[in-house]
Every structure is written in structure tokens, then in C-alpha cells.
Ligand binder design. Structure first.
Ligand SMILES: Cc1cc2nc3c(=O)[nH]c(=O)nc-3n(C[C@H](O)[C@H](O)[C@H](O)COP(=O)(O)OP(=O)(O)OC[C@H]3O[C@@H](n4cnc5c(N)ncnc54)[C@H](O)[C@@H]3O)c2cc1C
Length: 357
């Protein structure tokens, strides 16, 4: 690809696409409003669970299909990076307290319906006492039943962002940090970058001036150091008001998250939601009592009105990639493959197959 390409936004999508374009021979510039640590991106805040079946309870089949494609693609992509990125595929565990049985049944019915529609996905497994204790001994004393979604995964998003940064430098991408691009339409973008053959807008929520339908959906995450907790896989606790997830990373680090609030308010997390998150986590494993709080983060997910991702041509040679909502990591390799097809071939069967256009 012998072309000048400008990529806007060095969050999850921008880094992935800039790297692949450079590796295909394009001369790539990457511009971000902030620094290489991606402090203000959804990409840095995320828990980075890769759970197509679990997410099918709240999303549509194309996202589940993209998630399935991406689960196979992540190890291939990670293998090309110059630094290791923790990636695990030990399934998702679903738990509930006895009084929340109805919520669990509703969830199980939804994932079983998805599985009936996409039988190529690994089948959900109902866990009774002994099987649960064998699979996840850490919760054996407190829970006597659960649901297991085999094959689902997670990765360490901060290691990924760092490894991508290193790879971008090695690939010779021109990196422009603290360089916000405020253009609102194709004409403004073209006049800002007259030399560019292609402009790829991956500004996430920062693309709102050029895509007013975008909105932010706030999430809050607590990052804990809990070396005494032995949970091995992402675990979701069903609850009618505050369902939570616990995602174990390396070295005793756990991400605990839940809230989904329709607001772009990025003020710090409230006491109430922090209390709810931490008490729900403590109810799963009392070892969290001794955990150290490393960080409490609030961030907004870039979301379109139908909560689905999209590739959109803003004008000739200007592609927008956005709306990754709460599934960015789950689907990023799929969206990346479709966008790359579009950028290199001017057409993308993958994008059509997944309804991205
Ligand atoms: C709390 C939370 C938990 C999540 N958990 C998960 C999960 O478990 N699994 C999952 O699959 N997904 C998860 N996500 C979703 C995932 O993080 C997002 O879908 C994904 O990061 C979106 O990628 P993006 O590249 O579109 O946007 P971002 O990652 O937000 O990147 C956008 C980039 O654009 C830059 N930018 C903004 N404005 C400008 C400008 N004017 N000029 C130049 N640059 C600009 C920003 O600085 C940023 O670096 C979570 C998100 C949040 C907030």
C-alpha cells in the first residue's frame, strides 16, 4: 500500500489500524489528543473481557459473530507484537446468590437461545456443586451452582496498548501526541491533511463533532491488588440492580466493574457505586477484604444510537470507525480486518457480512 495515511485517535482501533497499515507499506501518521499512555481513552479503562456468549444477553448476533472471529484472531495479532501481552481463554463463570435465581435464569435463557442460533459456539454448561468446586475452587464454599461459558477470554489491555506503542515505533509510524484534531467534516479533515491519500477517524467519543449521533455510556472500574484471591477466570455475578464482573489479570491484580450509566459525565466514581461494586466482589470472595485499591476509574464508551459498531465513509478517502461501545476488545480484530479490507481493496465483504457498513 504505497500511500500516505493519517489515523486520528491512538486508542484501541487507531493503534491496531495504524500498525497494520504501516506493515502493509503505507506511510502512516497517528495523531492523538493525549499521550502514549492513553490515559483518557476507553481502551485504557476497559476490563478487556472477550465474552461473546455472555455479551449476547445484551447485544445482537453480528457482535457475537465478530467476537467469535476475534477470539481466534487475537493470538495471531498478539504474536506479531514486540512485547508480551497476557491473554487467557479459560471461559467465563456466571454466579448468583440464591435470592437472584430469577435473574440467572433469565440470563441463561438468553445465552442458550444465542447458542441455539450459533451452535458453533462452545455450549454453556450448567455447574452443580462438585463441578463448580473443581473448576473454580475459590468460590466453592459460597456458591453451590453456576453457569460456565467455555472458550471465552480476556487480555491485559494496558500491556496491549504499550506493546502496540512499541510496535508502532518499530514500524516507523509518525506519532503525534498531544495533537488534538477537531475537524468536523471531510472538507476540514482534507484541508488539515492535504497530502493524505486516506484519513481514518478512530477518535472514539472525540469524533462527536464529525458524528453527532455518538454518545458516551459511562462505566466505572475498580482496580485491586488482591494476592489472596485465587479466582482464575472472568466471573460475573448476576444481580437485578448491580450485576458485576471480576476480571483477574496477572500478579494478583483484579478489575471489578459494573455500572452502565447513560451519561458522558466523567467525574470520579460515586461512593454508592464503589460500595456496591466492592461489596458484591466481597460477596464472591471474602479475600477481597484485604485487597489494596490501586485505582478507581470512570470512563465513557463511544456508542452509536443502536449500540452497534459502524464503518462510515465521511467523504472521499475519509473512513470513520466507531461505536465500539462495551465490546471494543471483544470485536476489535474483526472490525480491524473489515476496515483494513475496505482501506486496501475499496470494498469489504467482511464489513457487509457483519453489518458494519
Ligand atoms: C469501563 C469500561 C470497561 C470496558 N470493558 C470492556 C470489556 O471488558 N470488553 C470489551 O470488549 N470492551 C470493553 N470496553 C469497551 C472498549 O474499551 C471500547 O469499546 C474501545 O476502547 C473503543 O475503542 P476506540 O479506539 O473506538 O476508542 P478509544 O479507545 O476511546 O480511543 C479513542 C482515542 O482517540 C483519542 N482522541 C479523542 N479525541 C481526539 C481528537 N480530537 N483528536 C485526536 N485524538 C483524539 C483519545 O485520546 C483516544 O486515545 C470497556 C470500556 C469502558 C469505559
Amino acid at each position: 500500500m504505497n500511500q500516505d495515511v493519517v489515523v486520528l485517535g491512538a486508542g484501541l482501533m487507531g493503534r491496531l489500524l495504524a500498525l497494520s497499515l504501516a506493515r502493509q507499506g503505507a506511510r502512516v501518521q497517528l495523531h492523538d489528543a493525549h499521550g502514549p499512555d492513553a490515559l483518557h481513552s476507553a481502551a485504557r479503562a476497559a476490563a478487556a473481557m472477550l465474552a461473546p456468549l455472555a455479551e449476547s444477553a445484551i447485544t445482537e448476533l453480528p457482535v457475537v459473530r465478530m467476537g467469535q472471529h476475534a477470539l481466534a484472531r487475537w493470538p495471531e495479532l498478539l504474536a506479531t507484537l514486540p512485547a508480551p501481552v497476557y491473554f487467557q481463554q479459560a471461559g467465563t463463570l456466571i454466579l448468583w446468590h440464591r435470592q437472584d435465581q430469577a435473574e440467572a435464569q433469565r440470563f441463561e435463557a438468553l445465552v442458550r437461545r444465542t447458542h441455539a442460533q450459533l451452535p458453533e459456539l462452545p455450549a454453556p454448561e450448567t455447574l452443580h456443586r462438585e463441578r463448580l468446586a473443581a473448576l473454580e475452587p475459590a468460590v466453592a464454599g459460597r456458591f453451590t451452582q453456576g453457569l460456565y461459558l467455555p472458550g471465552e477470554g480476556q487480555l491485559d489491555n494496558r500491556q496491549l496498548l504499550d506493546a502496540l506503542h512499541l510496535a508502532l515505533q518499530e514500524a516507523g509510524v509518525q506519532l503525534h501526541w498531544h495533537a488534538p484534531v477537531l475537524a468536523r467534516d471531510a472538507a476540514e479533515l482534507r484541508s488539515a491533511f492535504p497530502q493524505a491519500g486516506q484519513i481514518v477517524d478512530c477518535r472514539g467519543l472525540g469524533a462527536q463533532p464529525a458524528w453527532p449521533a455518538l454518545r458516551g455510556v459511562r462505566g466505572e472500574v475498580v482496580r485491586l491488588h488482591a494476592p489472596g484471591v485465587q479466582l482464575q477466570r472472568p466471573t460475573r455475578l448476576m444481580h437485578p440492580r448491580y450485576p458485576i464482573y471480576i476480571a483477574p489479570k496477572q500478579d494478583g491484580v483484579f478489575m471489578i466493574g459494573a455500572t452502565e450509566i447513560e451519561t458522558e459525565d466523567l467525574s470520579p466514581a460515586s461512593v454508592r457505586s464503589t460500595l456496591e461494586l466492592l461489596s458484591a466482589a466481597y460477596s464472591v470472595d471474602s479475600g477481597f477484604a484485604e485487597a489494596r485499591i490501586l485505582e478507581i476509574t470512570a470512563q465513557a464508551r463511544p456508542t452509536l444510537p443502536d449500540n452497534l459498531p459502524r464503518l462510515r465513509t465521511l467523504g472521499p478517502g475519509v473512513l470513520q470507525v466507531n461505536g465500539l461501545y462495551r465490546h471494543g476488545y471483544l470485536i476489535a480484530p474483526a472490525v480491524h480486518d473489515a476496515a483494513l479490507q475496505w482501506l486496501t481493496q475499496g470494498e469489504s465483504p467482511l464489513a457487509r457480512q457483519w453489518g458494519l457498513l
